[in-house]
Design a protein around this ligand. Sequence first.
Ligand code: GAR
Length: 191
Amino acid sequence: MVKVAVFASGNGSNFENLVKKKREGLLKGDIVLLIVDKKEAYALKRAKKLGIESVFIDPKSFLSKEEYEKEIIATLKKKDIDFIALAGYMRIVGETLLKEYEGRIVNIHPSYLPELKGKDSIKRAFETKKDFTGVTIHFVDRGVDTGKIIYQEKLVIDKKWTLEELEKKIHELEYEIYPKGLNLIFDKESY
Ligand code: GAR
């Protein structure tokens, strides 16, 4: 079975959801490792509770992005990781990691791409009063939120919703479709 590492920077609710979906038999990959780039990431606490190995790799302790990513690769290799699922990893993946895991890195983005690329997509959808937004699962390439789309769903925005309500709806959709998007890949590929 495909061995997956999840990368996160903060809360980690998508990471936790993927682990739970796997345990419920609804994800066709095994989440064996969490990597975070922030010491205070709440995702670390979730990993501990779930019994999943986690590693904090501090980008600031390396001289370059290349060195930082070489350390990530060494960590991934030690655990025989086949595949990377970004889940709130707020850092652009560099050339070193992209080359090593070519076509095997996916991201979840809280908008209906190509709409609202980049940061704070939920807030921007809310503030600019969009009629709809959504969630997209896509491959990671050299651009920001530009990789090939694997799966996406729209969410029609009810104008009565507060920002918090919209965020909640987006997260609910994320928990439903991230496992779905990953399964589409894991069904096709052999690892
Ligand atoms: C999620 O909404 C994810 O789509 C978003 O960060 C959040 C992480 O939540 N990712 C991006 O905006 C990437 N550009 P989580 O830490 O609770 O999973």
